[in-house]
Ligand binder design. Sequence first.
Ligand SMILES: [Zn+2]
Length: 387
Amino acid sequence: MSYATMWTYPWDVLDEGVEKVVGFLREEVGLDAISLTPVYHTYDQLRLHLPGPRLLSTYEDAVYFQPELACYRQTAIQPEVSPLARDRDPLAIISRQCRARGLKLTLWTIGMHNHLQARRHPDCALQGAFGDPYPGALCPANVQVREYIRALSVELTSRYEVDCIEYESLYYLGWGMFRNHAKVGVDLGRVGRLLLSLCFCPACRQRAAASGVDAGALQAQVQQWLERLFAGGVLGDGLEDFVVAAPLLTAYLQVRAATVTSLVAELRQAIKTPISFLYMGDYLNNGIDTAAIEKLVDQVEILCYGSDPVQARAQAEARRVQMAAPEQLLAGLSAFHPVADAQTLRQVIGAVHAAGVRRFSYYNYGMIPKKHFPWIREALDEVRRHG
Ligand SMILES: [Zn+2]
């Protein structure tokens, strides 16, 4: 049986009315669940549904619930509470309403993507080959980061009635998580981006050493490669060949992936709630070992955004064929631009359904024009008729 959720921001639910939005999504759109974010990065959102000011901006990554600080007594990183959650607990209010209306609740939880904490705790940030802390991302090898994510996950899943916790960016974020306008004067190519994505923080180096991998030697080599690129040379786009020809790099990538997998395993141990893992990267750039992760979690997600049903189906099939348990797969779908009419929306979900996927998540409540919601209902009704 098909299952549908929708990524949803708490500020949209609160401002439009909790009872109204939850009731609408359950009864009129016909969703089984919403995927609400209790932890989010910064954003500038054009709001489509409400009168008045239309651009909502936040300037710090924050949590959208009221944490009990005792849960973070052992963690160097402390949650930054959004002003939206100072006088009320958005998660408590919305989760109660979901329960009352029979709508399941997934907590869409951002992991490593956190400019604020990376700035406050530069020792917890990704650290490139030249020793620079990267501005937008925490390092999943860092013990303080791991303890914070674990404390957050335990609190969220024990204090609130939750059906699933969904992790976004629970891996190495790679190159390019900038805070400001990027000023990059060379074409890095796939190889350059990979080399710049590598973290050489003390925790990563320690993990490499424990696996018999000489991080210092690799770091020196990566610096040389990058110096050549920065001087005007070319490293090329033949990423897979480049990695195969560099055994130390290959070994470091294995350590990196094992670091991510071990974090997922720790969270699996720490919480009983079903876990969903959102893939937005890959093995080479992000340290995602899909086969290992799928053994630990209950669901994995890919994004089949776009308006081409053939492409969406191919994406879903390509992922399912790699999976030991393809029923674990959820497909993220866009319900707004470039999906511009009811037929396209129906065709895209139909194509993914024909590939065997039965779990869907639409992006994203506050960004979807009102006219599109009945289209989602029709599309969901259609796939549900087919199981
Ligand atoms: Zn690191």
